[in-house]
Design a protein around this ligand. Structure first.
Ligand code: ADP
Ligand code: MG
Length: 730
């Protein structure tokens, strides 16, 4: 783009745009889930017997027979056609970090020369999309490209525009998962089974344990016209160059600040559409960085919460465009200011309404609370490296370990009160500590846990896995990630820890020990074992890195090597035992992670090279020529001594520009060679490591020189919108 165009574009972004405030006469409670085939709709559109059967399928996971599926499809079709729906699609989450859909019309021949609207149980339950172009990590070669998508009745069908969207799992012909949902459902089943068995020690009436997830989605908005003028944003989702704006977030004036009117209109529109799709949006606010915002719904069952997060990410992008914005979900769109994450608030709850990670009122509640906290810590401790691998990506790597987000070490913050309770329990010798009447109990203050109302007062922003009163908050998840990746690992690991816990407690009970005493004994053992994962200090400090290493935590900071955790023996054993992944599936996923990783850096490096050669260098040289031209003119105008004096600064600047340009020219070529060498490597792992070690650092070192050119080159010539132009929505 020419510089004149840049001014037009910036001007356009800063001109007052008409604000389209969505008009809403109804209350949210009235339009909530308007486009969702939920229980209410099922009740209305399905025969009573079919409705009952569907509730059983959803609540108890019983299998769906074809006759019921046909009856459900019939009801769904009627409801959907009343909304003007003409198409349906299976909606799934392949390993691309987006969602996929392929629409089919509701039409069939009527065999009399006309058409009828048709939608059968078969179409609802299963489809066979050509899977050859989705990542499979070598599970399926293209000549046997069959993949199946199969309906997940636990996540309700919804309508977008003219299309009935059916949430499905996506598996290969040979049964391996090719998506996020299939293993997530298995992980949730595993944690339900293990946690129910343990919860029954305390509450025999419990039949089911539900995993809850409340995500907090951070995002940036930029004006669409500025976005379009930045090829790097367009292609990679982040700015690969751009000097800090003089003012960015240092005044802390954006966080929780008043929401710009244009943004507020976007948020309102987004929330209304999300609510209509059954996403229970609750919170919205400005985030720390300029142009950064957050949206959080009320927590939901994890499978549904994951679907809703995938849905809302798509919706955000769509609604943003309607308001003249682009929504950036990248973890680090702008250097020098905060990036975006997606805190995953996670907890387990029983079907009887007990929040297992929250304190209760009785000594039994307290022991249950401590048990679930400690076994969660056991899981996080044992698989801390894998949890990190589950959230790391080429894009999230810019956030993790950088000085703004949790470090690249997984540890857990508990807060003074809970830490104190655990320390006392660990030290006490008495197995009766949880008996309310016991002397020890009083000393331990354990019965007072409910009164303590362990809360957020001593929040620690630097902890990647923080206890926050009645849940854990996994903060290291990236803003554009599918939450399922982290939720699969977390729920499976907790399932394993609880199963192991139960085995040890049962052995003691069989040996004649009192149940509660046995539980306390094993909990106490585990408090000791998982101690290294507990860290309440400053996670950003260098001392912590040293300390974490001593404690045996995973301190690896190179993403491609972190991915090795997916193939670690403890990982394979856990996933196999919990029936979530077979080793071949893990190998495939590892391969895909590596491939995604280096391809992202490859694309960035190419775009960056182009921008350097086609945008930056020509402009810098043009400005340099203008300076030299001026030097000659000064020489021709003034006596030599005066001219030399007047030219001194310009000549220094000419030299500086030359140095920057030389570095850029030379290293863009070095980077190209590094890419070439990496591409020639045999294994995906080697390629990813080469991109990490040899290509990514060049992006940074070259950028330094580009950003310094931006500071000196005539603003009128600079070809790209600058940070100060992009980051302050008007
Ligand atoms: P913060 O103060 O961390 O910004 P909020 O208190 O607004 O966050 O809650 C963040 C998310 O945590 C919301 O989605 C909320 O519904 C969810 N949440 C609250 N309690 C639980 C829980 N017990 N389990 C899972 N998620 C929860
Ligand atoms: Mg939070």
């Amino acid at each position: 783009m020419s510089s004149t165009l840049r001014f037009q574009v910036v001007g356009e972004a800063f001109r007052k745009k008409p604000i389209e405030v969505p008009n809403c006469e109804e209350r949210p409670s009235e339009y909530f889930a308007k486009y969702v085939f939920n229980r209410q709709k099922m009740f209305k559109y399905l025969p009573a017997k079919v409705y009952k059967k569907m509730c059983d399928v959803i609540d108890n996971g019983t299998t769906l027979d074809m006759a019921t599926a046909d009856a459900v499809a019939e009801g769904m079709k009627k409801w959907a056609m009343e909304l003007g729906v003409t198409h349906c699609t299976h909606w799934f989450q392949p390993l691309t970090e987006g969602t996929a859909e392929k629409h089919d019309g509701f039409v069939e021949h009527d065999w009399k020369g006309g058409m009828v609207e048709e939608f059968t149980g078969k179409e609802l339950v299963q489809q066979e999309p050509d899977a050859s172009s989705f990542p499979s990590g070598g599970i399926r070669s293209t000549f046997e490209a069959r993949g199946y998508s199969a309906w997940d009745p636990a996540s309700p069908v919804f309508v977008i525009g003219d299309t009935l969207m059916i949430p499905t799992v996506f598996i290969s012909y040979t049964g391996e998962a090719l998506d996020y949902k299939a293993p997530l459902k298995k992980a949730l089943k595993a944690v339900n089974e293990s946690a129910t068995a343990v919860a029954q020690y305390f509450y025999p009436e419990v039949k089911k344990v539900i995993s809850n997830l409340g995500w907090e989605q951070e995002y940036f908005l930029v004006d669409e016209s500025l976005y379009a003028a930045r090829p790097d944003l367009l292609m990679t989702g982040r700015t690969l160059m751009g000097h800090d704006s003089a003012k960015n977030q240092q005044m802390d004036d954006h966080y929780f600040g008043s929401i710009p009117t244009r943004v507020a209109a976007f948020m309102k529109d987004l929330e209304m559409q999300a609510l209509e799709l059954g996403i229970p949006c609750k919170t919205r606010h400005n985030e720390v960085a300029p142009n950064q915002f957050e949206l959080a719904p009320i927590f939901e069952e994890t499978n549904l919460a994951v679907d809703h997060n995938m849905l809302i990410m798509g919706l955000m992008k769509k609604v943003a465009r309607k308001h003249g914005f682009r929504c950036l979900l990248h973890e680090k769109p702008f250097a020098g200011i905060n990036g975006s994450g997606k805190h995953n608030n996670w907890s387990l709850a029983t079907d009887t309404g007990v929040l297992l990670h929250g304190p209760g009122k009785t000594s039994v509640d307290n022991l249950r609370f401590i048990t679930f906290i400690v076994e969660t810590l056991m899981a996080v401790y044992k698989h801390n490296g894998l949890l990190k691998a589950s959230i790391i990506s080429a894009t999230n790597a810019h956030r993790l370990g950088a000085n703004e987000a949790p470090p690249a070490i997984v540890s857990s913050f508990l807060g003074a009160q809970l830490a104190d309770v655990l320390a006392k329990l660990e030290k006490s010798e008495d197995e009766d500590v949880f008996n309310l009447a016991g002397k020890q109990a009083k000393q331990l203050d354990i019965p007072q846990i409910p009164e303590l109302h362990i809360d957020n007062t001593d929040r620690n922003r630097t902890s990647p896995f923080a206890f926050t009163g009645n849940r854990f908050e996994f903060r290291a998840v990236g803003s554009q990630a599918n939450c399922a990746a982290a939720m699969i690992v977390l729920n499976t690991a907790v399932a394993e820890a609880l199963a192991d816990f139960k085995k040890r407690v049962d052995a003691l009970i069989e040996g004649g020990m009192d149940k509660m005493k046995a539980i306390v004994k094993v909990v106490r053992e585990d408090i000791k074992t998982c101690k290294p994962i507990h860290f309440d200090g400053n996670g950003y400090s260098d001392e912590w890195k040293e300390e974490a290493k001593k404690r045996g935590l995973d301190v690896e900071s190179s993403a491609p090597i972190m991915f090795d955790q997916y193939l670690a023996p403890a990982t394979k054993e856990m996933f196999q035992k919990m029936n979530v992944f077979q080793p071949a599936e893990l190998e495939a996923r590892n391969e895909i992670k590596l491939e995604n990783y280096y391809k992202k850096i490859q694309i960035e490096s190419r775009i960056f090279g182009d921008l350097c050669l086609n945008h930056i260098l020509p402009v810098a040289l043009r400005y340099q020529s203008a300076l030299i031209d001026n030097v000659f003119k000064v020489k021709a105008t003034f006596p030599e001594a005066t001219a030399d004096k007047l030219n001194a600064n310009n000549l220094k600047l000419v030299e500086k520009i030359s140095e920057h340009c030389a570095f850029i020219t030379e290293n863009v070529e070095t980077m190209r060679q590094a890419r070439k060498a990496a591409n020639a490597m045999g294994s995906e792992r080697d390629k990813a490591i080469a991109y990490h070690d040899n290509v990514a650092p060049l992006l940074e070192s070259i950028r330094y020189h580009v950003d310094h050119l931006e500071l000196v080159v005539d603003d009128e010539l600079w070809p790209l919108p600058k940070y100060r132009e992009m980051l302050f929505i008007r």
